[in-house]
Design a binder for this molecule. Structure first.
Ligand SMILES: [Zn+2]
Length: 178
């Protein structure tokens, strides 16, 4: 767009970009938003994992695990967030995006992260039982390696998951005893 109208839109856009740069949120602030998504999963009796995707300091998608509700193994928080971001940006290239997730991504989600070229992954607590993102990134034959920041808001993310599984075990015991 040209003329005075176009330049005023350009000015507004520059102001917004400047505002977002100045008000850049920290990793822990973004992780708290992902944690809120995980809480939604917890309330719906899903494994409590939440994820958000950030591009140019703007949250472009947020999601939580819906595997049980949808009965679809692919409905992990990270995959849903990736799909939403791709729909919004109209491309599968998420090169300039950062994905925040409360739990270290599993192998399925790690595959999607690598395939979509996500630049950076920030996660809360580590996945210690199964192979996951950190074990996959040790391989030398991948076509993309995102940078990783781990252990952000770790205690809270970890406690949420362990209390979910603790409750599950108690409930299973009760139902066996009844
Ligand atoms: Zn996953």
């Amino acid at each position: 767009m040209s003329g005075p109208e176009g330049s005023s839109i350009k000015n507004v856009r520059l102001c917004v970009v400047a505002f977002l740069k100045e008000n850049k949120m920290t990793d822990i602030e973004y992780m708290k938003i992902a944690f809120n998504e995980a809480l939604k999963a917890y309330k719906e009796d899903e494994v409590p994992v939440g994820a958000i995707i950030v591009k140019d300091n703007v949250i472009i998608s947020q999601a939580y695990n819906l595997k049980e509700k949808k009965q679809l193994v692919t409905k992990h928080a990270e995959i849903i967030a990736i799909e939403e971001a791709e729909k919004l940006l109209k491309t599968w290239h998420l090169d300039d995006c950062t994905l925040y997730t409360t739990l270290e991504p599993c192998l399925m989600c790690s595959g999607a992260i690598i395939q979509s070229r996500i630049k950076r992954v920030v996660y809360g607590c580590s996945e210690n039982r199964w192979s996951s993102l950190s074990s996959l990134l040790k391989k030398e034959s991948l076509n993309h390696y995102p940078t990783i920041t781990a252990h952000i808001y770790e205690k809270e993310c970890s406690m949420l998951i362990s209390s979910y599984f603790k409750e599950k075990r108690v409930n299973n015991r009760i139902s066996l005893e009844v």
